[in-house]
Design a protein around this ligand. Structure first.
Ligand code: PMP
Length: 398
């Protein structure tokens, strides 16, 4: 027998499987709502103008490709901190926050999970039910036991907040709680400010370790508005982990640009934390790649490019909101007995549409419209040319 003879086939990634089926479909009117990517109104992944300009500057400089520091480009890490915590944040001024450039948001989560496994090996990890499917896998692969806390309530199409809060109150001290800072994936259902107040209070009182995952800053209510949750947690004073990603907000998916930030109690503690975080990086991939980090750092620190980015991101946010509104409006006409108003309340790229697995199957088989079995649709894949067909098909399968 060879080394590999007993290896079983790993399960297929369910979402990539949808795209494979979509690619094989010959219907010219096919629509892929299964993705987690922003498409513009022409159905294309945009290359942002701010990115083009930052890249032109980089080309002009033609700098040699030396290694970056283990924790990444200093200008990038600084820009990340200011974006995530706010430029005037006390945790920056007091040097209590440390940041490492990471291989996307996924890499940031992995760094955080590996770091936590070294220094809090017996902690329980809690993720929302449901959550981004990689949360569980990432923390399990770092060696943690991963549990769910209640989150989505299908009957109200909103958050089961009392269930969530009660679960937080029962978690053992030191438990790691993964929270979506904004634009919850997959449901689109976010907490209100008042609900966050309660969550922060319980997390702080019970000595839980909050791990905020922010993959969609700027896609909810605005860059600062979406970052507010992070700032409120930072002000609460306990330890804090924040993973963030520029995959969506800069449309830089394949460049793998993200970061992990950790807030400690003092500058001295933070220095020790960073030294250990660097060991995690060093033993995983040594140091991060240069290009994406430079593009983001140049864009965020050059006023003209920064303004351009903010406008382009606002354009994506507004277009998604328009698609939510158009979908609800059109469904009112085509499916008068059904109330889809919740779609407007949801935030970010996704909507838990309420479609059942069977209805999703009919959309696929009868109309070549692809969604996730849970009913998750990517609103950012709707556009002025496909929305009527999508709404007509939904009305027919309801
Ligand atoms: N967290 C959440 C909630 C996500 O939806 C995603 C995927 N977009 C990530 C993290 C990972 O982001 P990235 O593609 O930058 O690795």
């Amino acid at each position: 027998a060879s080394l590999f003879s007993a290896i079983e086939m790993a399960p297929r990634d369910p979402i990539l499987g949808i795209t494979e089926a979509y690619n094989a479909d010959k219907n010219p009117n096919k629509v892929n709502l299964g993705v987690g990517v922003y498409y513009d109104d022409n159905g294309k992944v945009p290359l942002l103008e701010c990115v083009k300009k930052a890249e032109a500057q980089l080309m002009e400089k033609a700098a040699p490709r030396t290694y970056l520091p283990i924790e990444g480009l200093a200008a990038y890490d600084k820009a990340v901190q200011e974006l995530v915590f706010g430029a005037d944040s006390p945790v920056i001024q007091e040097k209590r926050a440390v940041t490492a450039q990471a291989i996307g948001g996924t890499g940031a989560l992995k760094l955080g999970a590996d770091f936590l496994k070294r220094f809090s090996p017996n902690a329980q990890v809690f993720i929302s039910d449901p959550s981004w499917e990689n949360h569980r896998a990432l923390f399990e692969s770092a060696g943690f036991n991963v549990n769910n806390y209640p989150y989505y309530d299908a009957s109200t199409r909103g958050v089961n907040f009392s269930g969530m809060l009660n679960a937080l109150k029962e978690m053992p001290a030191g438990s790691i709680v993964v929270l979506h800072a904004c634009c919850h994936n997959p449901t689109g259902a976010d907490l209100t400010e008042a609900q966050w107040t309660d969550v922060i209070q319980v997390v702080t009182q019970r000595g839980l370790v909050p791990f905020l995952d922010m993959a969609y800053q700027g896609f909810g209510d605005g860059i600062d508005e979406d970052g507010k949750v992070v700032r409120r947690f930072a002000a609460a004073g306990g330890p804090l982990f924040v993973s963030n990603s520029f995959s969506k907000s800069f449309s830089l998916y394949g460049e793998r640009v993200g970061a992990l930030s950790i807030v400690a109690a003092s500058a001295e503690e933070a220095a020790r934390v960073l030294s250990q975080l660097k060991r995690v990086v060093r033993t995983n991939y040594s140091n991060p790649p240069t290009h994406g980090g430079q593009v983001v750092a140049i864009t965020l620190s050059t006023p003209e490019l920064r303004k351009l980015w903010e406008d382009e991101l606002a354009g994506m946010r507004v277009r998604i909101r328009e698609m939510r509104q158009a979908m609800v409006q059109k469904l009112k006409e085509k499916a008068p007995g059904h109330n889809f108003d919740f779609v407007i309340q949801q935030r970010g790229m996704f909507s838990y549409s309420g479609l059942t697995k069977e209805q999703v199957g009919r959309l696929r088989d009868e109309f070549s419209i692809y969604a996730v079995d849970t009913g998750r649709i990517c609103v950012a894949a709707l556009n002025s040319r496909n929305i009527d067909a999508v709404v007509d098909a939904i009305a027919k399968v309801l």
